[in-house]
Ligand binder design. Structure first.
Ligand code: PA5
Length: 477
């Protein structure tokens, strides 16, 4: 094993290779470019302060002692009773739980015998309505041994409610009256359809607080319950987030603020045509953080209207990548393709395991040089080598280093990226917390499935011109 670092270390936010000092003034961001944004920056810093009372998600690290107690009490009670814990949800109600499970549990957690899971149930997160995957899940779990956590902030998302209805019917059929003991709901206390159903059927309930939107909800019961159900230390997760909040609040000096500096450099890069933000963790444990980030960045910043109601059509496209895997897939494009990207690396200071490469094939120098090193070193030097290749090609990149992947650092990472996104929203002068473009699709789904009240949307859909068969290619077999 490598020397384990303390749980208390802070993330390291390294933005060297975003600057003109290293990349030259055509690609890199210069002091003068930052100075030119002084007014925008001052406005954004002010807005973050003024709007903090409305950003209830910012208080989650600080005000949830009771919620944490309730969650821990509940998970203690159900731990021995259930073999499986299944999250039913989508978007912000699934991606955070997925990212945190992958980061903080054994990478083959579900395959471990129960004793090695410290007696906690297996975790499955159903973030889609793919019929084959849903049927496959039902093939591998026994409903009688399963607790289903239905999570939906709005309490009305079609995908989640469909999953929930399938499960409810299945449980009723298999278990009769005791079915409701197999469901726990996480939703808004007042809005939506789930709350009424849950109250009527007497499901245990956890709440998504007001002012906490889906993609900013991982540190609420949305993420804390599934994490605790798998034995993750949720107090440490929140302690990490609280630490990051204190760091962020320490200074309004943008270049000294970990979230603001990342946001402003992305903003300046965007103004220079960098329309893509690649999230590339160098750790399988952080793989789903790229998915979580993609939703956070895309849904928060991709907007048609600014805060004054003018059409602006802004937003960087997030791309998910994984080191080193994508060195053999996407990095060619990153180093030689268009100058339209910022690459964000997530690096790990110390992995939780060390694997040595044996000294073999002494007569084959092209292979034997690997012997005696560790996979840990290989992973790290490949990240440094990719960083070098990007810098050499004048490509913007930056690195967040997690000293170790643990609940304290993951709490920091979640909070850092959330505040960075909110600050980027203020720089772009858009509302980072709505998602009108998603609502359109949701309403069309309701209309197509015949939901009452959406007849006008159905009419509009029908009014679309028919597709031209000339543009649909098919060949008889
Ligand atoms: O960020 C958001 O608000 C959305 O992506 C939601 O998380 C997603 O649509 C699921 O919504 P809900 O939790 O209401 O089911």
């Amino acid at each position: 094993m490598e020397n384990r670092r303390s749980n208390n270390e802070s993330l390291q936010v390294d933005v060297n290779y975003m600057t003109a000092e290293y990349l030259g003034s055509r690609e890199g961001i210069s002091e003068a470019e930052l100075q030119a944004q002084a007014e925008t920056l001052a406005r954004a810093v002010r807005a973050m302060k003024d709007k903090r009372p409305q950003m209830a998600w910012r208080e989650l690290p600080h005000n949830q002692n009771d919620v944490v107690d309730q969650i821990l009490d509940y998970t203690r009670r159900v731990k021995d009773r259930f073999e499986n814990f299944v999250v039913l949800g989508i978007g912000g109600s699934a991606l955070g739980p997925l990212a945190v499970q992958q980061a903080l549990n054994h990478l083959y957690y579900n395959e471990l015998p129960k004793a090695k899971r410290n007696g906690f149930p297996r975790i499955y997160i159903v973030d889609n309505v793919d019929p084959e995957r849903f049927a496959a899940l039902l093939d591998v779990i026994n409903p009688a041994e399963t607790l289903f956590n239905v999570i939906t902030k709005s309490g009305s998302t079609s995908e989640t409610m469909a999953q929930f209805m399938i499960v409810t019917e299945l449980l009723r059929r298999v278990l009769g009256d005791s079915y409701s003991e197999h469901i726990v709901a996480t939703t808004d206390a007042a809005k939506g359809n789930l709350i009424g159903i849950a109250q009527e059927e007497k499901y245990p309930l956890f709440y998504v607080p007001d002012g906490v939107g889906g993609r900013f909800s991982e540190l609420s019961a949305v993420g804390l319950l599934p994490a605790a159900a798998a034995g993750i230390d949720i107090r440490e997760l929140l302690r990490g987030a609280a630490f990051m909040d204190r760091w962020i609040e320490e200074t309004d000096q943008v270049t000294e603020n970990p979230a603001y500096v990342r946001a402003v450099l992305h903003y300046c890069a965007y103004l220079k045509g960098k329309n893509i933000s690649v999230m590339m963790p160098y750790a399988d444990s952080l793989k789903y953080f790229a998915d979580w980030y993609a939703q956070l960045w895309a849904e928060s910043l991709g907007k048609r209207l600014n805060q004054d109601g003018e059409e602006v059509f802004v937003g960087q496209t997030p791309v998910k990548a994984l080191g080193v895997t994508d060195q053999h897939s996407q990095v060619q494009l990153y180093t030689e393709g268009p100058y339209d990207k910022v690459v964000n690396f997530l690096a790990v200071g110390s992995f939780r395991n060390s694997v040595e490469i044996p000294r073999l094939y002494a007569k084959v120098p092209g292979v034997s040089f690997l012997g005696g090193h560790t996979l840990n070193q290989l992973m790290e030097v490949e990240r440094v080598a990719t960083e070098y290749a990007l810098v050499k090609a004048n490509r913007l990149n930056n690195t967040i280093v997690l000293p170790e992947v643990n609940p304290f650092t993951i709490g920091q990472l979640i909070y850092l990226l959330e505040v960075e996104t909110a600050f980027a929203g203020e720089l772009l002068k858009i509302d980072a917390f709505d998602q009108p473009g998603v609502e359109e699709g949701k309403n069309a789904t309701y209309a197509l499935l015949g939901r009452v009240g959406f007849e006008d949307v159905k009419e509009k859909l029908k009014a679309l011109p028919a597709k031209n068969q000339r543009y649909i290619l098919k060949r008889p077999v």
